[in-house]
Ligand binder design. Sequence first.
Ligand code: ADP
Ligand code: MG
Ligand code: MG
Length: 247
Amino acid sequence: MLKIENLHAEIDGTQILNGLTLEVGAGEVHAIMGPNGAGKSTLAYVLGGRPGYEVTAGSVTFKGQDLLELEPHERAAAGMFLGFQYPVEIPGVSNVQFLREALNSQRKARGEEPLTGGEFLKLAKDKAGLLKLDMDMLKRHVNVGFSGGEKKRAEMVQMGILDPVLAVLDETDSGLDIDALRVVGEGINAIMRAPDKGVLLITHYQRLLDYVKPDYVHVLSKGRIVKTGDADLAKRLEAEGYEAVAA
Ligand code: ADP
Ligand code: MG
Ligand code: MG
């Protein structure tokens, strides 16, 4: 599904990703862990096609297509979802408007009919229920005045509505209390645990992995994968630290 080979990328002339190779197959959840500044968020941004992140070598294919050739909105329409550590606020636009527009523009790009208002609301209610987010929250402006936990749950509602093939989630667990962590973890499972889907879960902590069990755990250090293991690797990292386990 996603094949990253020897990826090198830089920001403002500074090399951040340094020969990263990683393959995510259908039905797999991969966790990426690593110390601050390792390049985890940079990887997410490069996959999303954020301006300013320049790929200088290597390749990324997504469902057999050259991902790096696609514009960010084309990547989304092809089924890639990116969840970010700091979701943006959009004053003046309600979640319902924003999500319906996002979904219908992706459907249009795929040559599918837009959902009607009624169809969309039914879908939104279903996904909000999954994330235990009150529908009233979805009528409010995007993320404005939302708590950290509400932002993350709203983002997972968005993921549920868009129904991506691949989710790249950058520190989705940051700032969540224990109850929200469980709800978000179970939401990720409900939306993304399927034989035809894949997840790249970027996280500092192993606690989210108690809910979303990874098939593979990778340690990213200085812009490349330095160690790969199973879920036990995450537990060892948390107990012993990156230095001890992956140096
Ligand atoms: P992580 O998410 O693993 O903590 P990042 O991908 O955010 O790491 O950052 C990787 C490295 O890139 C860090 O050393 C950081 O200082 C550097 N970096 C991030 N953004 C920029 C930027 N805009 N200009 C220069 N360096 C940057
Ligand atoms: Mg960081
Ligand atoms: Mg980061």
